[in-house]
Ligand binder design. Structure first.
Ligand SMILES: [Zn+2]
Length: 230
């Protein structure tokens, strides 16, 4: 049996954990320690879209707006100077974009399902991925594309729940088994600071900050050639 390749390192992963009744086998990359769902079992585009339409994203939901305000506080305010912001993966209702616009920020939304026009004519000083990275099947390709919208010094600021246990110490995937975050069927890639750093190194982004829990910040690397491919 062959196992699908790590979407960051292109090496075969090793079996890590199986949610047998849901046919969702997960693999571990021994190089970057990403945990990722086996390629053949990923949700279809239609299943993804249906699920996103169910996500909690009601603009009138006070709790959701509060949650987004805390993201703005932790992930926008410390990094924004001037220029355009890209809300990448803005979802069916771009509530984050709207909140930022209300506060006077120039924001462009992009979402492969709900706002699919690629904003290639712009460059951005700040790129936001708020609970988006865990959904992306080919993060290397996405990060490289985002790099083409960035100038030297552009910041990419993201939120995703990190793997906070050691993937090698977690006996038989016990910690993973109990982890709520994997239960959403559209959450298909799980990161820790090592996998985040390696993802950046291979796509033109330098990881400059992470909080060990859910927040990471990259800057567009000055010297790395975007044409470097592996
Ligand atoms: Zn890897």
């Amino acid at each position: 049996m062959t196992f699908s390749l790590c979407p960051i390192c292109s090496v075969p992963g090793s079996p890590y954990y199986q949610i047998s009744h849901k046919n969702r086998p997960f693999l571990l990359c021994l190089e970057c320690t990403l945990i990722y769902q086996e390629e053949m079992t990923l949700p279809s585009a239609e299943e993804e879209r249906t699920r996103y339409e169910l996500h909690r994203n009601d603009p009138a939901d006070e709790g959701y707006r509060k949650w987004l305000h805390s993201f703005i506080h932790s992930s926008v305010l410390p990094w924004y100077k001037d220029g355009r912001i890209l809300d990448f993966g803005s979802g069916p209702h771009p509530v984050l974009s709207d909140l930022l616009k209300e506060q006077g920020y120039p924001v462009v939304s992009y979402d492969p399902f709900f706002a699919p026009q690629w904003p290639g004519e712009h460059d951005f000083s700040l790129i936001l991925l708020c609970e988006v990275l865990e959904h992306i099947s080919n993060p290397l390709s996405s990060f490289r594309k985002l790099c083409s919208l960035a100038s030297e010094g552009t910041v990419l600021s993201l939120k995703t729940q990190f793997l906070t246990f050691s993937v090698f110490d977690s006996e038989g995937g016990k910690d993973f088994e109990q982890w709520w975050y994997k239960e959403d069927p559209t959450h298909i890639r799980f990161y820790n600071p090592r996998s985040l750093r390696i993802l950046g190194e291979r796509s033109g982004w330098e990881l400059v900050s992470e909080d060990g829990s859910s927040l990471a910040v990259y800057k567009k690397a000055a010297s790395l050639k975007e044409s470097r491919s592996q």
